[in-house]
Design a protein around this ligand. Sequence first.
Ligand code: FES
Length: 77
Amino acid sequence: MIICVCRRISDREIARHARAGMGFDDIQFELGVATQCGKCEGCARDVVAQCNGACPSANISLGADLAQGQAWNTRSV
Ligand code: FES
């Protein structure tokens, strides 16, 4: 799933970097996620937080908001 629409960055790509040991700031610098409109920052941080450790991307759950029918970018940060 695309997390950052502006930079076209997927959750898998963020998760891959997080599992490699990178923190959000490093991933942001490397990929450019959340560097334009910034609306994806909360979701991107959630992905990084869930992947700290050895969490496979299949376990990423951004579903809480989506299951409630809220758009990905409506969360307050
Ligand atoms: S959606 Fe990521 S910076 Fe705009």
